[in-house]
Design a protein around this ligand. Structure first.
Ligand code: CO
Length: 166
């Protein structure tokens, strides 16, 4: 099992790099580890930089089973949005309300290096937006309009990060 990186570690603020050789044995091994770690943590999704890996890859706990999305590009988002509560494995105990597009369309590569297209809505669209944000170093606390749980925890982490920089 891989260690899940908690905020405010810097890798969570890093825009991670495209995966070049998906069929490479190490990359294949990592795909399996990322999925296993997400399932064991009971997460809806997990981005590679949340396990300290600088790769554009994320796993989703899809209703048909866990699924990996490599080099995902969301090229369309619906104008219509809805607000719902989100949490994140890198922010234990923290939940907040976030507005997301209701529908998205994306291209990505699967674990066999095949180019895929997906139109997603509802919860899957939300989770994919949350996880692709991670790959750009964007976190749900940047977008939360209101915390529903754990706001003080976020403030403590932010103070801690500021003190370390001084
Ligand atoms: Co997250």
């Amino acid at each position: 099992m891989l260690e899940i990186i908690k905020y405010p570690r810097l890798i969570l603020r890093t825009k991670v790099k495209k995966v070049k050789n998906i069929l490479n044995a190490e990359v294949q091994k990592f795909i399996g580890e990322l999925i296993k770690t997400m399932v064991a943590a009971d997460g809806l999704g997990l981005a590679a930089n949340q396990v300290d890996k600088n790769l554009r890859m994320l796993a989703i706990n899809h209703k048909d089973g866990p699924k990996v999305f490599i080099n995902p590009v969301i090229y369309w988002k619906s104008w219509k949005k809805n607000e719902a509560e989100e949490g994140c494995l890198s922010f234990p105990g923290v939940y907040g309300l976030v507005w997301r597009s209701k529908k998205i369309r994306l291209f990505y590569r699967d674990g066999q290096n095949r180019l895929r297209h997906l139109a997603a809505d509802e919860l899957l669209a939300r989770v994919l937006q949350h996880e692709t944000d991670h790959l750009n170093g964007v976190l749900f606390i940047d977008k939360a309009t209101k915390y529903t749980r754990g706001e003080n925890q976020v403030k403590d982490w932010q103070n801690q990060a500021t003190n370390e920089n001084i």
